[in-house]
Ligand binder design. Sequence first.
Ligand code: TMP
Ligand code: ASP
Length: 236
Amino acid sequence: MQKLAQLDEGKAKKVFATDDPQLCIVEYKDDATAFNGAKKGTIAGKGVINNCVTNHLMQLLESKGIPTHLVEQLSERETLVKRVQIIPLEVIVRNIAAGSLAKRLGLDEGTKLERPVLEYCYKNDALDDPMVNEYHIMAMRFATQEELAVIANYAFAIDDILTDYLQDVGIELIDFKLEFGKTDDGSIVLADEISPDTCRFWDSKTGTKLDKDRFRRDMGGVEDAYQEIRKRLLGR
Ligand code: TMP
Ligand code: ASP
């Protein structure tokens, strides 16, 4: 597989074309941003950890029937994925109130929600990723009603699978963000990443934060938290 021209660069990853038009290569960076890029930094080793944690969790999801963009990991930082058109939505699932939901609804962080909450944000940095609902999404043609139903079903199924899996390694899945893409044949697959950058992971016993909130909130111990997640999930 030949790595060709860079197609795109985001805050945490670069995307490259390959000699197969259906495939591309994602390369994970150590760059970290928060608050839509207002805060910038580096988390040493993050790219390597997020690459292997994402692939590990995507393999788990594939084994449970969730289609993903994953093809194969190529190196510490690089993974071969299906080339998709990203649906411009951040799909957020929440089990416990934290972050922007706690703030918006005046809840203490850690408040258990009676049932999982699904939220959508329009992926648009210039607008600061505004929250949208199903009507906005259909009116803007970001996705059809049928596609949105598929996305919502996958999102809740992913929540169940990951919550169970993480419980066994002593991690509580507080909330997470997903992105989906459309392949050439129109089918929807999970894309992007599932990592401590895009999830809130709390130690089940102590409540210690093991995710990017340590960077967002200047809590220290950021690298250690990422390494702890890798250790619990991959055993190394
Ligand atoms: P929030 O509480 O800040 O809205 O974040 C909800 C979840 O989404 C949390 O697990 C972190 C993740 N997230 C991203 O992956 N990217 C983002 O840009 C934001 C704001 C949150
Ligand atoms: N996506 C946000 C940013 O780029 C980071 C975050 O809060 O996760 O600044």
